[in-house]
Design a protein around this ligand. Structure first.
Ligand SMILES: Nc1nc2c(ncn2[C@@H]2O[C@H](COP(=O)(O)OP(=O)(O)OP(=O)(O)O)[C@@H](O)[C@H]2O)c(=O)[nH]1
Length: 518
């Protein structure tokens, strides 16, 4: 009985121990299942097949599926994990290689800051160290990204400063374009070069890159050299003709002198012969004994004298003819020379005229203004009569070029120049100063006297019905006006007119601003 009780107790204890073991086991299984679940979630994203398997394992573990049943599935998953491990080694190599290549590529870039180069060298050393996982490369990747960022910022700064250089170049190019355009308007070109020069002038109105600008400069120089050569050749041709004519005149004079001295000798000889014959006649007639003898003697001698006289007359005629011939030859040569000289003089005066005229607007150019300004200032100094200087500038002219093309701009300038010129007095002077700027001189005129006419002129220009591409385009002009003062130089008065023009522009354009000076 006691034994039975003992056995029962032992069985109870065993059952209790087993239950507690089962409970522990169950608790541990749960913990393990949770751990495996978390671990599988942490591994998520490495491989789709593995993800699916781990998801399934999580579900089974949560359901509490018997481990034994899960064993084949776990073994299969193990296989995949092994494959993934070798794949990971390949990935590690790849990422190591990729990082090293990216780093070396950065190293090859020019203009990197020294500090960045140093950091990059250190980083590449680290990247070359062996590593078991891809994760180990993450900090290197972050560092390399930072270095790339720094390099990019440095390059941007460099680009910005290069951009400033480009701006400076652009500014210089524009200045050269404007100067070259002004110079071209001061040079006179023959017909064939004129159209070529006009093409260059038109191209200079665009924003030219440095190479095209240099090309335009070279072309201009070559055209100028060609026209100088042509002028030189034409002058040489004229001088050769002059030389020719002079030498033929000289020859004619020499030959007429020599032929006349030859003739003179012959004449002297004939005269001597005639005198001798007359002498003979005298002597013979004294010796004659009969009238018959005297008659025949006189007849003979008269015949001889008549012959000598005829010969003399022929010689004289020959002399006259030779002289006439060489005179008419000389006259012909001189006439030719005169025609040549007239053409040459006309060329020079045409050239003088053209070199002082603006080719586009056909009004005087800047060089002509400079000459006239000097003259007017001298007059003003001598006679102390008032003299006003006016600068005029077409408003927003660039937009006419930009919107309707350069030929529309050119047309505008021509019309405005014509209007300005037609509305001035004979004694006033106007020139195209350059671009869309005109300069006017009003001798013997006080500043106050210009208020009405200049405003009328401004209104008149505003009312010109410009039409481009079928669009009516209103165009206005601004004026800056000043009067020369005793303390002025030509330059200072000009600058004051320029300041007045600037004020007119600043005040909204389409204005006449007077700056009397202090
Ligand atoms: N068509 C043409 N344009 C010219 C000529 N000479 C200069 N220009 C142009 O004139 C323009 C002048 O422009 P800006 O100096 O900016 O002056 P704007 O547009 O008139 O402006 P504001 O003077 O300030 O009212 C530039 O675009 C030049 O290229 C020329 O002979 N013919």
């Amino acid at each position: 009985m006691v034994l039975q009780e003992d056995t029962q107790q032992q069985l109870k204890n065993a059952l209790k121990a087993r239950k507690s073991l089962e409970a522990t086991y169950e608790a541990q299984f749960k913990i393990l299942a949770q751990f495996v679940s978390r671990l599988s979630l942490a591994c998520k994203g490495v491989d789709v097949d593995l993800d699916n398997r781990l998801a399934k394992l999580r579900t089974e573990l949560n359901r509490g599926t018997d481990l034994e049943k899960l064993l084949p599935f776990i073994e299969g998953t193990n296989e995949i994990l092994k494959q993934l491990e070798s794949k990971q080694q390949i990935d590690v190599k790849k990422i190591q290689q990729g990082l090293a290549e990216a780093g070396k590529l950065l190293q090859q870039q020019k203009g990197l800051p020294d500090q960045l180069r140093r950091e990059l060298r250190l980083l590449l050393g680290k990247v070359e160290q062996p590593s078991a996982t891809v994760h180990a490369f993450l900090p290197h990747l972050t560092d390399l990204t930072k270095l790339y960022q720094t390099a990019l910022q440095a390059k941007q700064q460099l680009d910005a400063s290069n951009g400033a250089d480009d701006d400076r170049y652009g500014h210089i190019c524009r200045q050269i374009s404007v100067e070259l355009t002004n110079l071209l308007s001061e040079l006179a070109f023959a017909e064939d070069s004129a159209s070529e020069m006009d093409n260059i002038r038109q191209s200079l109105l665009d924003k030219l890159p440095i190479d095209s600008l240099l090309e335009a400069c070279l072309k201009t120089i070559s055209i100028i050299i060609n026209s100088i050569n042509r002028e030189r050749q034409s002058a040489e041709h004229f001088l050769l003709k002059l030389n020719d004519a002079l030498s033929s005149v000289q020859q004619a004079v020499v030959s007429s002198v020599s032929s006349s001295s030859e003739l003179k000798q012959k004449m002297q000889l004939l005269n001597q012969q005639i005198e001798l014959q007359i002498e003979h006649l005298g002597e013979a007639s004294q010796k004659a004994t009969s009238l018959e003898q005297l008659k025949s003697l006189v007849n003979d001698k008269l015949l001889a004298i008549t012959n000598s006289l005829r010969e003399k007359e022929q010689l004289e005629q020959l002399e006259r003819n030779t002289l006439l011939l060489s005179l008419s030859d000389m006259e012909r040569r001189l006439n030719e020379l005169e025609t040549e000289a007239v053409t040459f003089r006309k060329r020079i005066s045409d050239q003088n005229f053209r070199s002082l005229q603006d080719a586009l607007t056909e009004i005087p150019n800047r060089a002509a203004f400079d000459e006239r300004y000097l003259l007017e200032i001298k007059r003003w100094q001598r006679y102390k009569k008032p003299l006003c200087v006016v600068l005029a500038d077409v408003d927003h002219f660039k937009s006419i070029n930009d919107n309707y093309g350069h030929s529309a701009g050119d047309k505008t300038l021509k019309v405005i120049a014509k209007t300005l010129k037609l509305n001035l007095r004979e004694t006033d002077f106007i020139a195209r100063y350059g671009g869309e700027e005109f300069i006017l001189l009003f001798p013997e005129t006080e500043l106050a006297e210009l208020e009405v006419p200049l405003n009328a002129l401004r209104e008149k220009i505003k009312k010109i019905p410009f039409k481009f591409k079928n669009v009516s385009v209103p165009i206005s002009i601004s004026f800056g006006v000043t009067q020369i003062l005793t303390s002025d130089s030509g330059r200072s008065a000009f600058d004051r007119a320029d300041e007045a023009l600037y004020e007119a522009k600043k005040a909204g354009r389409d204005k006449v601003v007077f700056k009397p000076g202090s």
